[in-house]
Write a new protein. Sequence first.
Length: 157
Amino acid sequence: MQSADNNEIIASNQDMLGPQAAGLLRLHPSPLIRSLYLGAGCLALMLGALGVILPILPTTPFVLLAAACFARGSERFHCKLMTNRYTGPIILEWRLHRSIPRKAKRLAYIMTALSFSISILIVPEMWQKIMLATIACILAFFLARIPVKEANATNSD
């Protein structure tokens, strides 16, 4: 009886995510491994939330890691992350096309420039300013390498 209820929940959650995201959820068969994935996903999501505040800690890679961990460890958390209005579309775009929306990339550039500029103004030592500027340049280089999928592009992939 419990297995039938779980299958109904899985089917309704996959319907809620849509046909594109239905194949992304692949729970691990072992409960122990699922709980490890769940813990790693929670840790990655917390680090991603810290990355919103701290300029040196990236947000997006940790949220993507959390989505991957939740896809293997917890259907409930995976569904919550994928249906979130902020994280869901970006994660789905990355998982399906290995790209990010132009708006998200522009926001990443703006937030990186803003947070690193403020940090450079705050730190007292010149070597710290140079280090922060170097890290910002490296981050901008890696951001530039991420492909952008245009909004009017067809889904012929």
